[in-house]
Design a protein around this ligand. Structure first.
Ligand SMILES: *Cc1c(COP(=O)(O)O)cnc(C)c1O
Length: 393
């Protein structure tokens, strides 16, 4: 080996913005699954759904899917959203929240952010309600719940459906109750690689509405009726099934579910670690020209999927430069999100301009997401803090 393979002490490895936390338990569970011969949807998926429902409590039904995007699509489909309908979504979110509305030929209507929480602004939501509005998709930004009492009250007043995009919010409590059990029509969680738990790709649809759950289950797997499946498991010959709708192929594999079960068993420990890292950032970054993220209060809790800081006017350098300098120093960060009103598809097809979204604009220009994940060490975090201090003082 050449000597240059040995790095001097002061060059540390690049700290990525996010990494999944996959241990021996996940590896063993997937290997066991491979050896069992069940690689598509089967007993592990059923177990994952049952354990996820048990974790949430509240008598919810859980339907696993191969992404949160698929889950949001199925939720809106089951609610009967279609051409001519409008669905209210935040501009400060990932494009999946809006694209699923288009899948069904309906129109997303974008609303501005609340400058404090960065969840959507409820007054902007109410202003956006019109004669064609059918549903609202609150996104629990970064892992802090929207004011769901107010969202649900608004929905009742105007007769709207509510589908929670809880991609960041597992587990998040709102006034003591877990997101997923709050009384909206449907909640959808994501198990994408950088989320608070992962199955590689995956998601979970959660509802208390038995009829809606039935439709989601049917549409998840080619529109094959559950009744036919039940007949298949009892009296009818094994080859018989009935297709009752032009469905989708959104089922989760047992390989993914085996991983999900192992991750779910660690979720409380993951949350504790995230809470600790967030508290440390809060303590250590006070005094710098940064607006720190709003924490949960009272009986509510924050999932800390993201730790988003915003540079204040007193900062000596701008956001883009700070990201570049941190990167030079081996620290990865990201931006959540480039608001959807800036993305060509939504900007052009919905004729959106930045002036319509002043709070999301201000946030976008000043924000960055710091590394926060269970696999990062205390030293990794200290290095991030030290570099922020140097660059911002
Ligand atoms: C990650 C994410 C999604 C999509 O999740 P997938 O499981 O990747 O489909 C949807 N909404 C938000 C806000 C997200 O961050």
């Amino acid at each position: 080996m050449p000597d240059d393979s040995i790095k001097p002490d002061n060059t540390e490895a690049f700290l990525p913005f996010a990494l999944p936390d996959i241990g021996d338990e996940e590896v063993a569970a997937v290997v066991e699954c491979l050896r069992s011969g069940w690689v598509t949807t089967g007993p592990k998926t059923r177990q994952f759904e049952q354990e996820f429902a048990a974790y949430l409590g509240g008598g919810v039904e859980t339907i696993s899917v191969n992404s949160a995007t698929a889950g949001l699509h199925l939720a809106l489909e089951a609610l009967g959203i279609g051409p001519g309908d409008e669905v209210i979504v935040p501009t400060l979110t990932f494009t999946a929240t809006a694209e699923v509305v288009r899948y069904l030929g309906a129109q997303p209507v974008f609303v501005d952010a609340d400058p404090d929480t960065l969840n959507f602004d409820l007054q902007a939501v109410e202003r956006a309600i019109g004669p064609h509005t059918r549903a609202i998709i609150p996104v629990h930004y970064a892992g802090l719940a929207c004011d769901m009492d107010a969202v649900l009250a608004l929905a009742r007043t105007y007769g709207l459906k509510v589908v929670e995009d809880a991609a960041h919010a597992f587990p998040t409590r709102y006034k003591g109750q877990l997101v997923g059990t709050l009384g909206s029509d449907v909640t959808v969680f994501s198990f994408y690689a950088n989320k608070t738990m992962t199955t590689g790709e995956g998601g979970m649809v959660v509802t208390r509405d038995a009829e809606l759950a039935r439709r989601v289950r049917v549409m998840r797997i080619h529109g094959i009726s559950q009744d036919a499946f039940q007949r298949y498991t009892s009296r009818k010959p094994a080859w018989f099934y009935e297709v009752i709708a032009a469905g989708f192929k959104y089922n989760l594999t047992d390989l993914a579910s085996a991983m999900g079960i192992a991750q779910l068993h660690k979720i409380d420990r993951f949350l504790q670690r995230r809470e600790l890292l967030a508290a440390r950032y809060h303590e250590a970054l006070r005094g710098l020209p940064l607006r720190l993220p709003t924490a949960a209060s009272g009986d509510s809790t924050h999932a800390w999927h993201l730790y988003v800081v915003r540079l204040t006017d007193h900062a000596p350098i701008g956001r883009d430069e700070l990201i570049a300098r941190l990167s030079e120093r081996g620290i990865g960060t990201s931006v959540h999100f480039i608001p959807l009103h800036r993305q060509p598809i939504w900007r052009d097809s919905c004729r959106l301009s930045p002036a319509q979204f002043p709070a999301a604009e201000a946030a976008y220009h000043s924000m960055l997401s710091l590394p926060l994940y269970t696999k990062m060490s205390d030293a990794d975090q200290q290095r991030t803090i030290d570099n922020l201090r140097e660059l911002l003082s």
